[in-house]
Design a protein around this ligand. Structure first.
Ligand SMILES: [Zn+2]
Length: 245
């Protein structure tokens, strides 16, 4: 069991939502000071990197640094240059009697934004999706989400596992990565004309490969109000490597 230490000055800037993110130490996150793994160590300290209105959470070993708010001039520009690292998980989810292909998308490192004391804090991915027209999710109910923010998922199955590229309504890359699609996922997407994209911290990377455990984690995150969602079109990229005989 890992104890997560958050200094009062850090907690005051984070607010309850940011605090919930801070207390979930990412499984694949290195210590911001020494780079070695922080998951599984007895005590982890939370550092909040600040540059103007930009906020980034970082986790460090108790022996590497104290929990504190740290001003890092240029951190915002560096983050923009890096882009936000995203993780995708594909799964099939039942809504009533319908089985719908789902793509869950979350930031590998929680990135929170804040415009000043007392303002809302949220995952940058969630904020961007809401601006695109995604809907807030209160649970995985009897019906899948209906919002259509104009997202498009391109599937290049010339690769094994397939390469996925997700485009937003401006045809800018929301993210890309290769991931194993569950059996029947692409066929279901073709049948229902797309997939449901959930964005926000669902901690799916922490639950392993089991499809039931993944679906349960998604349900928990949805019921906790941590996710936003919308319907995305799915298109297979024609196999450009094939040459006709
Ligand atoms: Zn360290």
């Amino acid at each position: 069991m890992t104890a997560v230490v958050v200094a009062p000055e850090v907690g005051a800037l984070l607010g309850p939502e940011g605090l919930a993110l801070a207390e979930r130490v990412p499984a694949d996150q290195g210590c911001a000071v020494c780079g070695r793994e922080v998951a599984g160590v007895p005590v982890v300290h939370v550092v909040l990197v600040v540059d103007g209105s930009y906020r980034r959470l970082a986790w460090v070993h108790a022996w590497c640094a104290a929990s504190a708010v740290v001003e890092v001039p240029g951190a915002a520009d560096a983050a923009r240059a890096d882009g936000v690292a995203l993780a995708f998980t594909a799964l099939l989810v039942s809504y009533g009697s319908h089985v719908v292909p789902v793509l869950a998308c979350e930031t590998l490192r929680p990135v929170v934004t804040c415009d000043g004391p007392g303002s809302e804090h949220a995952d940058v991915l969630v904020l961007g999706a809401l601006a695109d027209g995604a809907e807030l999710v209160a649970g995985l109910g009897a019906d899948p989400p209906r919002a259509r923010p104009g997202w498009l998922v391109l599937v290049d199955d010339a690769h094994d596992p397939p390469l996925l590229v997700i485009l937003d309504v401006r045809a800018e890359r929301l993210g890309e990565g290769s991931l194993v699609l569950p059996d029947g996922w692409t066929a279901a997407a073709e049948r229902v004309g797309g997939c449901v994209l959930y964005l926000g911290p669902a901690a799916l990377a922490d639950v392993g490969e089991n499809p039931l455990a993944r679906a349960a984690a998604l349900r928990t995150a949805a019921a906790g109000g941590r996710l936003v969602a919308g319907v995305a079109g799915v298109r297979r990229i024609p196999n450009r490597l094939t040459t006709e005989a």
